[in-house]
Design a protein around this ligand. Sequence first.
Ligand SMILES: Cc1cc2nc3c(=O)[nH]c(=O)nc-3n(C[C@H](O)[C@H](O)[C@H](O)COP(=O)(O)OP(=O)(O)OC[C@H]3O[C@@H](n4cnc5c(N)ncnc54)[C@H](O)[C@@H]3O)c2cc1C
Length: 473
Amino acid sequence: MSAAPLRATAARRVLDGFGNSLRSTSLSARPTNVEELAAVLQQAREEGLNVSFRGNGRSYGDASLNTNQLSIDNRGMTRVLSFDPATGIIDAEVGVTIEDLWRTGLPHGWWPYVVPGTMFPTMGGCTAMNIHGKNCFKAGPFGDHVLDLDLMLADGSIKTLSRTQEPDLFRAVIAGLGLLGAVTRVRLQMKKVESGRLKVRPIQTHSLEEMFDCFVERMPQSDYLVGWIDCFAGGASLGRGLVHQANYLSAKEDPEGRSLLALDAQGLPPSIMGIPRSMMWRFMKPLTNDAGMRFINTVKYHLPEPHDHEGVFYDGHVSFAFLLDFVPGWRNAYGDSGFIQYQLFLPDATARRAMREALELCQRRGVVSYLGVFKRHRPDEFLLSHGLDGWSLALDFAVPAGDPQKLWRATNDLTALVLEAGGTFYPAKDAVVSAEAFARAYGERLSRFLAIKRQLDPQTLFQSDLSRRLLLY
Ligand SMILES: Cc1cc2nc3c(=O)[nH]c(=O)nc-3n(C[C@H](O)[C@H](O)[C@H](O)COP(=O)(O)OP(=O)(O)OC[C@H]3O[C@@H](n4cnc5c(N)ncnc54)[C@H](O)[C@@H]3O)c2cc1C
């Protein structure tokens, strides 16, 4: 089967990174099954187009962009192929989203082991980036729960990969940035849950040191731990913030929790303080500047969260996991120049010092992140994974319309700091790291990845703006 000429007939779409600071036009195809996908690849080869993949465009930078070339959209392949309520194993086409996973599993008591801070990423995007959640220190990344997957190679043939079937390739495709072929199907193990809600303990931490200490103390008895940092606070309060510890509840602990597994007991509220969620970002926009965000961060730090006499509250899985989805379109509040996310990944041995230096550096340069998110990670088996025995700090920086160079100079210095501390970078969040810095961070693992790439895809059919920036060929 051959597709119509792509240059003449494919839709031209302006695609963006989630940060809205990068945009470009691509030809776009949305195959609805593997036969159509193979035909599109063949046609691309015949026309000399290179190919990248796109899920829901939730990567912040250029990972899902392919300027003037072909972008293949996962959202034509959205079927759940099977789900077993007895085992929690789900087999899904690549356009199935995290939202589809929990909607399928939760009524039967199954929740995805690993979810990001938004429910819209697809199986393809989660696999290619090997995403992590607020439980990475305990559950590991997404790839740890993948049982097997199908990969379509440049010639249109399909391989099924798992820990026993071509395990080296399995470990290279997960976190492989979509550069080895098209993931078309993923089979995943979900996690048994007995209640539709979590027990959440908010903890105020007065400094960065305290936040690290709080994690170290609480990790053994937590299912989820995530820190929020007020990046404006300085001096003795540098790195102050809030930690949220969350734990699953057994049927015995929470007999009413079973009824909350129902879909209509989950979901996000339609309005916040009487304002429809879809309108919220318009109210945020006038505050999305240094003065407004300094104010919001201060209020958030001081505002007590409602809790019971034991210092806890109960929150549904969906509202705990997908806080950022509460405000659809929130990225628009950053205006036309958008924002970037820069997530520092630092080894345990150097993280405390390097993170403190990073926060100080940003304040000195007048480039302060409006949102700081702190997590603990663990190493994993995937070749190009960002996972490490260490910590991360995700920083959201507005791109200054008048003087973007100020931001690029600061992120260059953050990159130098990460390298000096022996840390690494996460392509899902990156728009600025150089090929040289990426190669230094990934070292010999990158050489092994590129050897597989050259063997499987000698014509370099699979590319993206990110792969060209980082010289991944
Ligand atoms: C609000 C928000 C919160 C987030 N929170 C987290 C978080 O907590 N943890 C985390 O790890 N990430 C987080 N992310 C990042 C997000 O999870 C990843 O960027 C994810 O990859 C997005 O999935 P997507 O389907 O939108 O893929 P896209 O962003 O469209 O693409 C991502 C990559 O996947 C590749 N890809 C897509 N489909 C295929 C395919 N079929 N075959 C091969 N490769 C493919 C693309 O080529 C690209 O390289 C967050 C993002 C947002 C916007």
